[in-house]
Design a protein around this ligand. Structure first.
Ligand SMILES: O=P(O)(O)OC[C@H]1O[C@H](O)[C@H](O)[C@@H](O)[C@@H]1O
Length: 541
């Protein structure tokens, strides 16, 4: 790989001074040539510095890293999560009727299809009022989970609001008692279903919130267990919590937490939109899977998106990537992608146990547009750092009577992408000021502040509108992009050892805060802060 990286870096140095806009002048067909369509999505990456020759280098990198072989190994059920010795088969969840898929000697398809059928029966019963609370039909569902057991369903439930025709869904994740308190405060325990979502069923936050929710329910209904459901790989622990086996929806260790919305962890989404639309959501993802499996590297949307990402993060050294959906209902997508991308590729040691010799995956952040335009876009346009932007945009909204809103939304998204690339020269800034009747020294003083350097890269992911199917395709696209970037970096994107140390230290600090232990192997700053918290924020004497 080293010679391929070197060739790419040399190429980067050769084209460093070339503006993106010049690529359009040189190639009238650039907009089409640097776009790709799949599964109802269209990705335009023409407003980036990647050109045909750069792409050839990037594709050589993907090829050299063995992306295709690794992809095939993943879909085949090989144990590609090497640090945990596990297969990676969340893709099988969205293809429940696919051909036999044998993992450790067992065909996993019947289990997947069976669990999906049980979820569908449960969802249908709740939605039809056959599964009821002590006070009548279920009006509200509370999903208690964190990380992958929260971000996916919470994001998707919000994204698909126009399709809701089931009970209202709420999400509690934070161990901060304020979260569970505020969510439960507005609900009737006799008509609420609590979903405890935890792959391991040991996560501190979830277990703490689940116990609190059970106490809340027990104060109002005689049999709180009857209004609890568990989504977990650890059926025994769910049973110990008091949830009967027929209310436990299991999944295997080959489904990683941040890849789990496609299975039982998606139950809240299924309750909200119904089993049929949930199947559409799976089908959209399956369509992207089929594309990823069959398209050559050079026309594979996940591969191209990954290569643009590698160009920006590892080749050009841009440390962050902004994801800006011009789609208000995707407000939680950046948070979802933060887990997906940063927990997957935020690693400094490669699969071979050696330190990476280039940056890991980038910092991902974002907020919906147009809101971002009135907040952080200033820095992206005129700051000293380059922040590649990924825009997401629906051609149509769901609000037919508000089409003028949507036109303004689209115009703003496209304008941002254009402005980032084009910028505004000093001459243009001067002309604008003189048209505004400014001149002389004042004009010169003002003009430089109005210059936009331009040449700032962005991509646009366009889809017709955010249906369940489209959302499935978008999420699968991002999953595979993260996978391809991981393969190219030589990272295992499927473990997350970096979340462990803080958890262990929290366990040892809790007795100090309770006053049941003193000192221990903690630094002086930490111990002082503990003492101050115990003294209610007042500095210790
Ligand atoms: O589903 P759970 O086992 O409760 O895990 C919830 C989350 O916590 C862990 O700390 C990991 O960082 C996440 O990847 C995971 O999704």
């Amino acid at each position: 790989m080293a010679p391929l990286w070197r060739a790419l870096e040399q190429y980067r140095d050769r084209v460093a001074a070339r503006p993106i806009a010049a690529l359009f002048d040189a190639d009238p067909a650039r907009a089409e040539a640097f776009s790709v369509s799949a599964a109802g999505l269209m990705l335009d990456y023409s407003k980036t510095g990647v050109c045909a020759q750069g792409m050839a280098h990037l594709l050589a990198l993907a090829d050299g890293a063995g992306v295709e072989a690794r992809r095939d190994a993943m879909f085949r059920g090989a144990a590609i999560n090497e640090t945990e010795g596990r297969a990676v088969l969340h893709t099988a969840l969205r293809d429940p009727d696919g051909p036999p898929l044998v993992v450790d000697g067992v065909d996993v398809r019947p289990g997947i299809a069976g669990t999906l059928a049980r979820m569908e029966a449960m969802a249908a019963d709740v939605r039809a009022g056959r599964v009821r609370g002590a006070g009548g039909a279920i009006t509200d569902v509370v999903n208690i989970g964190i990380g992958g057991s929260d971000l996916g369903p919470a994001m998707a439930v919000q994204a698909l609001a126009p399709y809701h025709d089931g009970p209202r869904c709420h999400f509690v994740s934070n161990v901060d008692g304020a979260h569970v308190h505020d969510v439960l405060a507005g609900l009737d325990p006799a008509r609420t279903l609590v979903i405890v979502a935890s792959k391991t069923f040991t996560t501190l936050e979830t277990m703490t919130n689940a116990a609190t929710a059970r106490d809340w329910m027990a104060r109002a209904v005689a049999d709180p267990g009857a209004q609890f459901v568990a989504l977990s790989s650890a059926g025994d622990r769910a049973a110990a919590f008091g949830i009967p086996p027929d209310r436990v929806f299991g999944f295997e260790d080959w489904v990683g937490g941040r890849y789990s919305v496609w299975g039982p962890i998606g139950l809240s989404l299924m309750l909200a939109i119904g089993p049929e639309r949930f199947r559409d959501f799976l089908a959209g993802a399956a369509a992207m899977d089929a594309h990823f499996r069959s398209a050559p590297l050079a026309s594979s949307m996940p591969v191209l998106l990954a290569l643009v990402g590698v160009w920006h993060a590892q080749v050009c050294g841009h440390a962050t990537r902004a994801v800006i959906p011009y789609d208000q209902r995707l407000a939680r997508l950046p948070a979802y992608l933060q887990q997906l991308e940063m927990e997957s590729n935020g690693k400094r040691v490669g699969m071979d146990g050696r330190d990476l010799d280039r940056p890991s995956g980038p910092i991902v952040w974002g907020e919906p547009g147009t809101n971002g335009q009135h907040a952080f876009m200033q820095l992206i346009h005129q700051g000293t750092r380059v922040v590649p932007v990924e825009f997401l945009l629906a051609a149509r909204g769901h609000e037919a009577d508000l089409a003028h809103h949507h036109r303004l939304l689209v115009a703003n998204c496209l304008a941002q992408a254009e402005a980032l690339m084009r910028g505004r020269t000093l001459e243009a800034a001067r002309a604008g000021l003189s048209a505004a009747a400014l001149g002389g020294a004042e004009l010169e003083r003002q003009a430089r502040h109005r210059v936009f350097p331009g040449n700032r890269p962005s991509t646009v992911l366009l889809y017709s509108r955010l249906t369940p199917r489209m959302l499935g395709a978008v999420l699968a696209l991002y999953e595979h992009r993260v996978f391809v970037e991981g393969v190219i970096l030589g990272i295992n994107p499927f473990d997350q050892w970096g979340v462990e140390l803080g958890k262990e230290l929290a366990v040892s600090l809790t007795p100090l805060l309770e006053g049941t232990a003193e000192g221990g192997a903690h630094d002086a700053s930490t111990l002082r802060l503990v003492a101050m918290v115990r003294a209610d924020g007042v500095a210790p004497g």
